[in-house]
Design a protein around this ligand. Structure first.
Ligand code: SF4
Length: 607
């Protein structure tokens, strides 16, 4: 199979930081139609190449960067790429995705994936310039934050390089650390800590190649249909106007906006944090990732001390705003700046601050434990002080930067209201008010996640009753398969407000020439990939016991709003979901289902 004429480079670059050696290997050609690329390729390589049970921060943990067949093409939002590893925060399989401008340069340099193994003795930068691969010393960059390191590297090598880098929290291997390409991030699961454990400060890419699609005429037709679907969507128009914050007030009305560390689902100052408010008072310019016709990103006007960010997005605003009872836009902009500038995940940072505020108000943590900070809900100064400490990894910031689960382990009294699943802090939809989303949080491979098929339409479109569990297992199962192919083809999800799976299928078939006769065959690829990720977690020792939610969701009825009195009835949704997936009662895929998905053949692995 000539993959180079099917939107692939047919090359994986492998860099062993312990030995300093590089090599390239071809893609698993016959297997590619079954795993597609992106998430599928990352999960496949993880399953076959990574030993189970390794320490996530040891040289034995690998970092898999991967793009998909659509990365670098003319498809809408085709700059997408991902990173898969064993997470230090959750010890699960963990994949995270990013827009920006790095993904397509790896492809133009000639690689579908980059696998980083081992660990360097001293800080290094990996430079990928087509087939010229080099490791350079990064001693002079260690300790620099994201924009400083990025600028210094561009000053040294040239302005045309794309830079992926970590800040001090990544260097010091904190669970909250992400990997940043300018203002865009591989944010979740502590991937920055894994990069720091390898003494890898940055990866620079530059490429002169291009992507060849299989059937250019068919691809052009599919492209027209895809762009038309994106343009005709009212949601993408809203995204352009108000960014992802366009949904904040709706989520608040539905009683699902997590407030005061999930004690409530409605925030009294929500109007102040709407996309409309930010647009009127704070934003002055759009931002678009590579190849994006939507441009949901927004730059803020400079604050009086010239501070500017790209953001804040909805998830960031929930976490650092209502979750901490902060309704002041400028404070949220400043909190967002600390996270982006030093390289930490905003969702997790807000989760930590919300938890610590509640602990302090309940008398379960003292100012002495927090370097004299007295965090109460709504206290902007305390929130800024805590986030600064996590960003600089100073004082209490050293252990706060390990995340909510680690804090609750240190202070067991906080366990009932430590808002995480499997060790990953919760996204911006209150599970008690959105039952299908609750199931997604409980089951998603990397921990609490809204991006692996959470049926958020239950809150926005009126297509399902958000407070009912009826039909939610099926809804989540279908969305999960869809999302797995989007992450494997590698497009941003937001064109999906206009494009449906059919338009994605048409693009992928034209670009790759793979024989997926109907959309349902394409969906099966998604189910196969999700199941492969589940198999990795099963191998790591996870099963039904880990598919759970915090006590606050399972046993503490919501107070106020449309979800007043609601808890999450998780067990029946889990049973139904496992049944639909062909998993046993403990959440382990059955041999029959693995065979149907062509994941095993008899007792052997077939892919
Ligand atoms: S819609 Fe937003 S996140 Fe998606 S590619 Fe465009 S700018 Fe990036």
């Amino acid at each position: 199979m000539e993959l180079r004429k099917r939107s692939y480079c047919d090359q994986v670059l492998r860099v062993n930081l312990s030995s300093g050696e590089f090599e390239t290997t071809p893609l698993p050609g016959e297997t590619m139609p079954q795993i597609l690329g992106g998430k599928g390729l990352g999960a496949w390589m993880f399953y076959h190449e990574q030993s189970p049970g390794v320490d996530p921060l040891s040289p034995e943990n690998h970092l898999f960067f991967h793009n998909g067949p659509l990365t670098g093409t003319t498809a809408p939002t085709a700059g997408r790429f991902g990173c898969t590893t064993l997470s230090p925060a959750t010890r699960t399989y963990s994949d995270t995705y990013c827009g920006g401008y790095w993904g397509q340069t790896l492809k133009y340099a000639g690689y579908d994936a980059l696998v980083v193994t081992g660990a360097a003795q001293e800080p290094v930068v990996l430079v990928i310039d087509d087939d010229q691969i080099e490791l350079r010393s990064a001693k002079h960059l260690w300790g620099l934050n994201i924009s400083q390191a990025t600028q210094r590297l561009r000053d040294e090598l040239g302005q045309d390089w794309q830079v992926l880098t970590i800040g001090p929290p990544g260097e010091k291997q904190r669970n909250l650390a992400g990997i940043f390409n300018d203002s865009r991030a591989l944010a979740r699961g502590g991937v920055g800590a894994v990069m720091g454990s390898k003494n890898l400060k940055a990866i620079l890419t530059r490429g002169s190649g291009s992507v060849k699609v299989h059937d250019p005429d068919r691809y052009q037709r599919a492209l027209q249909l895809a762009f038309r679907a994106v343009r005709m969507s009212s949601e993408t128009t809203l995204l352009n106007r108000e960014g992802t914050l366009n949904i904040l007030e709706i989520v608040n009305v539905m009683g699902a906006l997590p407030t005061r560390n999930f004690q409530q689902g409605q925030f009294e100052a929500a109007e102040n944090l709407s996309g409309d408010s930010f647009r009127k008072h704070n934003w002055n310019k759009d931002y678009a990732c590579f190849g994006c016709p939507i441009a949901c990103g927004k730059y803020t006007r400079p604050l009086e001390d010239d501070l500017v960010i790209e953001g804040p997005e909805y998830e960031t605003t929930y976490a650092l705003g209502p979750n901490c009872a902060i309704g002041d836009r400028e404070t949220i902009i400043r909190l967002n700046w600390w996270c982006d500038e030093y390289g930490i995940d905003t969702i997790s940072a807000g989760g930590v601050v919300g938890l610590v505020m509640e602990m302090f108000e309940r008398g379960q943590i003292a100012a002495d434990d927090l370097d004299g900070i007295e965090p109460r809900f709504g206290d902007a100064g305390a929130a800024l002080a805590l986030v600064e400490k996590m960003a600089k990894v100073e004082g209490c910031g050293e252990w706060l930067g390990q995340g909510v689960a680690a804090i609750a382990e240190k202070y067991p009294g906080a366990q009932p209201y430590a808002m995480h699943v499997k060790g990953l802090e919760m996204p911006a939809y209150h599970p008690n008010a959105a039952k299908g989303t609750a199931l997604a949080y409980a089951v998603s491979e990397r921990g609490a996640c809204h991006l692996r098929g959470a049926p958020l339409g239950e809150l926005f479109s009126g297509s399902a009753d958000p407070l009912s569990i009826e039909g939610k297992a099926q809804l989540f199962r279908d969305h999960q398969a869809d999302k797995a192919v989007w992450d494997s083809a590698c497009l941003c999800y937001f064109p999906g407000y206009g494009m449906k799976l059919k338009e994605l299928w048409q693009l992928v078939v034209a670009a790759t020439g793979f024989d997926y006769p109907a959309v349902k065959d394409f969906e099966l690829v998604g189910e196969r990939i999700s199941t492969l990720a589940r198999m990795i977690n099963v191998r790591e020792g996870f099963s039904r016991e880990a598919d759970t939610l915090p006590m606050r969701n399972l046993g503490q009825p919501m107070v106020g709003g449309p979800a007043d009195g609601h808890v999450v009835e998780l067990a029946p949704m889990l049973d139904e979901y496992y049944g639909l997936m062909g998993w046993d009662s403990q959440g382990v895929p059955t041999p029959q289902r693995l065979k149907t998905l062509q994941l095993i053949n008899g007792h052997d692995h077939s892919i």
